[in-house]
Design a protein around this ligand. Structure first.
Ligand code: WQD
Length: 341
């Protein structure tokens, strides 16, 4: 069985990807520093797949420990690199934390990989690199725009660093996956999004409001130039997203990549407004959501949704789960989470 390293493998997208890798027969090693995840997730992954991933609690900012890790695990066939800080708002107030945690750690991993004869590297990137795209839907050829936040900048810089490594080392194969808005949870409701503190993102705020943890949802503006005045995003079910990582990894393992650096947008290709997400939640949950319209949030773009042709045609991957599927799974997860509290 090919052994695959998943950094940040106890996180939201990471844990769902570990489940899909194990289902495909891969042996998984997880590195996580538990700064934004819980070690309990290991047991939950095992409860879903019956397989125990190897786990190393490791802070990737500790360069010597990163080097030692890769000296021990010389038989890794691929790396999926999720580990990073990802709260846009927090990054504005703590830029150096983001540059250190998202960039230095990437450099340490890439340096440690130099000693391996070949590397297959999947990088967790984001549609944030496009900013407000000039044209919709957004293709991979859309220009990368000046990042609106240090978080977004770390994704742009991360992609550039990896491209430089691919340029000088033809044996280094990488794919950057640009996620749109990941939402939802595994249908077992054993793993899902675990926001620490007040959720920044829309969907966990909706489910926490409905379960009674939050008073009401604030809708950040309904005066945008869209049909119902609220912002549009491409909400992709986290399980579809996780499956895309396995497909991308296999593309590299089977040397089906066209060049040794590729990027793919991962979205559904459909845009949904904030009000449409709220209505979807109310429909699938039967709950009436308490919300109010407030002023716009600084830095929000009006609309973004993916052109999925390249991922469909070249990666051979397509999202299948709908917004309603995702909202129902998010609600089931929220209810299960509160049951265990
Ligand atoms: C979605 C929409 C808000 C909260 C960010 C990152 C992106 C990715 C996903 C990491 C917007 C509105 C939200 C609320 C609201 N993260 N909203 N009330 O900003 O599109 O993307 O998270 O990779 O990189 O930029 O996601 O969920 O914060 O917002 O009205 O309480 O919901 O204005 O229109 P966003 P989001």
């Amino acid at each position: 069985m090919d052994k695959i390293l998943v950094t940040g493998g106890l996180g939201y997208i990471g844990s769902h990807t570990v489940v899909e890798l194990q289902k495909e027969g891969f042996e998984v090693v997880i590195i996580d520093d538990l700064s934004n995840s819980s070690v309990e997730t290991l047991d939950r992954i095992k409860a879903i797949t019956g397989k125990n991933p190897q786990f190393e609690e490791l802070d990737l900012k500790e360069k010597d420990r990163v080097e030692a890790f890769f000296k021990t695990y010389k038989d890794l066939k691929g790396i999926i690199h999720f580990a990073a800080s990802k709260a846009v708002g927090e990054s504005v107030n703590h830029p150096l934390k983001y540059y250190e945690n998202n960039i230095s750690t990437l450099v340490y991993i890439l340096k440690a990989l130099q000693d391996l004869e070949t590397s297959n590297f999947i990088f967790s990137s984001s549609c944030t690199v496009y900013g407000q795209a000039d044209e919709l839907p957004i293709t991979e050829e859309a220009p990368v725009k000046k990042a609106e936040s240090p978080y977004g900048n770390t994704k742009q810089i991360g992609e550039e660093i990896i491209q430089e490594v691919c340029k000088i080392n033809s044996e280094f194969n990488a794919i950057a996956l640009r996620y749109f808005n990941p939402i939802g949870a595994h249908d077992s409701a054993l793993i899902g999004e675990l926001p620490i503190g007040i959720p920044q993102n829309l969907v966990p705020f909706i489910t926490q409001t409905a379960i009674g943890l939050r008073e009401e949802l604030s809708v950040f503006g309904d005066d945008y130039p869209t049909e119902d005045g609220t912002c549009i995003r491409d909400y992709i079910h986290v399980v579809d997203l996780a499956k895309a990582h396995v497909v991308a990894l296999k593309r590299l393992l089977e040397s089906n990549n066209k060049t040794n650096y590729e990027t793919f947008n991962l979205g559904t290709g459909t845009g949904s407004s904030v009000m449409e997400v709220i209505k979807s939640f109310e429909r699938v949950s039967g709950e009436k959501l308490n919300y109010k319209i407030v002023e716009r949030r600084e830095g929000d773009i009006i609309a973004a949704y993916a052109d999925t042709e390249k991922a469909n045609k070249e990666l051979g991957w397509k999202a299948h789960l709908t917004l309603n599927d995702a909202m129902l799974s998010a609600w089931e997860w929220e209810k299960k989470l509160r049951e265990n509290l």
